[in-house]
Design a protein around this ligand. Structure first.
Ligand SMILES: Nc1nc2c(ncn2[C@@H]2O[C@H](COP(=O)(O)OP(=O)(O)OP(=O)(O)O)[C@@H](O)[C@H]2O)c(=O)[nH]1
Ligand SMILES: [Mg+2]
Length: 460
């Protein structure tokens, strides 16, 4: 257990009906009883025997606020330590006065996520659950929230725990072969070892694919609207969002900066980006805008590539297509309310491609073809998602990275089965188990710790 006692405001630091200040650590009860007077003169000498108590926080004779204390005795608390939550009035002046008083009495202000870090260190939750706490607070859509709540419920923990013990199980057989090569004990043949490693690899493969979808759902699918200047990108953004978000004019080069917004397609969270139109230019603002367009394209999951159907394909279209052709994209011929002078064939020959997977015709002006576009985007998103609905969904980049490293190590172990290099197999299996263990906190390092808890808010 940590030695010092910590405190922080756990609610939002603005005016509100109620605010909650948390205290955790060995001196929680001792120090709180020095500043708390119960309303009905109940003795608070032994605070730990109480659950909830009404009274005043006082600095000597000065009343600071009327409060309710919720008392949690170790180990039955969030952190596993002695804890008190002071529910006071949500006035920032009162909150500051109480925190200052606690600090004066020797309690330290908590670091971001320190309560949850203590919960992990005291074995109340595993590391993936600690991360889920942060994800629950910061979830930006229903889907992300659902994933995080499942993670907090420990579903992910069970999967990784099983995977970890399965690897250790094979490792035990491999080590028995090293240590007791000549003795008559139960062993696995090399074929059996290989078969077992392959089984685990399959599970890891599934989880990696699953995590790609999970991360997509959590962060929102990133869609970039791109095209040469004046093709109608901002008009399309406004239609999809159903609001006048971006400026639309007939002047080429209207959009300079990236314009970003969130919406959802039948519950799938989407982050959509309108970008600066591409053309040769000397304007330094536009050049910077175009640079940002290319950065946005790079990080996008789906690119909407707009062409102006009323004009011939030009060099700007061709140069930009070259940049997006390897990304998941949809070709969109806009302005079909005007006489259209390009079609699938002219596009194929201009872009020098033999097949176009997704191509649609729309008119932003007449609001036509937008439903088909939305359906096409949805189909792409659904095709990316490979998991069953009631499955666990891994949506954490750190977990995905650990799984990927474990997979590489298992592949190396498989290689070593060919030469019967038991020692090498054992090393790789051990390292693969450690990678999986690091997800749930069986193995931890300062780096992992720092990265996880720095994203927390203070008071959690
Ligand atoms: N006729 C017709 N005009 C359209 C259509 N969509 C957009 N426009 C017009 O095309 C012009 C450019 O539209 P924007 O949406 O600003 O185009 P953009 O691609 O964002 O342009 P930049 O930001 O300059 O790259 C405006 O005058 C729009 O009204 C359409 O479907 N049909
Ligand atoms: Mg624009």
């Amino acid at each position: 257990m940590e030695k010092d006692t910590i405190t922080a405001l756990s609610t939002y630091p603005l005016q509100s009906a109620i605010a909650v200040i948390r205290i955790s650590g060995v001196k929680t009860f001792e120090i709180t009883s020095q500043i708390f007077i119960s309303k009905n003169n109940q003795s608070v000498h032994n605070l730990s025997s109480l659950k909830r108590i009404f009274g005043f926080i006082k600095d000597n004779e000065q009343i600071i606020d009327e409060v309710i204390l919720s008392v949690y005795k170790s180990p039955k608390s969030y952190t596993g330590e002695d804890m008190i939550e002071i529910s006071c009035h949500g006035n920032p002046i009162i909150i500051n006065n109480i925190l200052n008083l606690l600090v004066k009495k020797g309690i330290r202000i908590a670091e971001p996520g320190e309560f949850t870090k203590r919960a992990f260190l005291n074995g109340k939750i595993d590391l993936s659950q600690a991360e889920a706490v942060c994800d629950i607070i910061t979830a930006k859509n229903e889907m992300a929230l659902k994933i995080a709540l499942n993670q907090l419920a420990g579903k992910e923990y069970k999967v990784f725990e099983k995977l970890h013990s399965d690897i250790i199980n094979i490792l035990t057989y491999v080590e028995a072969e090293i240590d007791f090569a000549d003795e008559d004990i139960q062993k696995l043949s090399m074929e059996q070892i290989l078969k077992e490693i392959k089984k685990i690899e399959e599970q890891i493969d599934y989880l990696i694919k699953n995590s790609e979808s999970g991360i997509l759902l959590k962060e929102g699918v990133k869609i970039a609207i791109t095209g040469a200047v004046n093709t109608g990108k901002s008009s399309l953004l406004n239609l999809l969002l159903n609001k006048n978000k971006a400026i639309v004019t007939h002047i080429p080069g209207t959009t300079r900066d990236i314009i970003e917004d969130n919406y959802n397609i039948d519950g799938f969270p989407v982050k959509i980006f309108d970008t600066a139109g591409i053309r040769e230019t000397d304007d330094i603002i536009e050049i910077e805008g175009i640079k940002r367009t290319f950065e946005t394209i790079k990080s996008a999951d789906i690119v909407l590539f707009l062409l102006d159907g009323s004009r011939k394909i030009n060099k700007d279209d061709i140069d930009l297509f070259d940049k997006i052709k390897d990304k998941q994209h949809i070709l969109i011929i806009n302005k079909i309310d005007l006489p259209v002078i390009i079609d699938k064939n002219t596009i194929k020959s201009a872009f020098n491609i033999s097949e176009i997977k997704n191509i649609l015709k729309i008119s932003c002006l007449k609001n036509s073809g937008i439903n088909d576009l939305t359906k096409t985007i949805k189909n792409i998103i659904i095709n990316k998602n490979i998991f069953a609905v009631d499955d666990i969904i891994i949506a954490n980049i750190r977990h995905k990275e650990a799984l990927t490293k474990a997979k590489v190590l298992l592949q190396e172990a498989k290689e070593s089965t060919k030469t019967k290099a038991y020692e090498l197999i054992a090393i790789d299996l051990k390292r693969a188990a450690d990678e999986i263990g690091s997800i749930i906190g069986k193995i931890t390092s300062e780096d992992i710790f720092e990265n996880i808890f720095k994203n927390f808010c203070i008071g959690k």
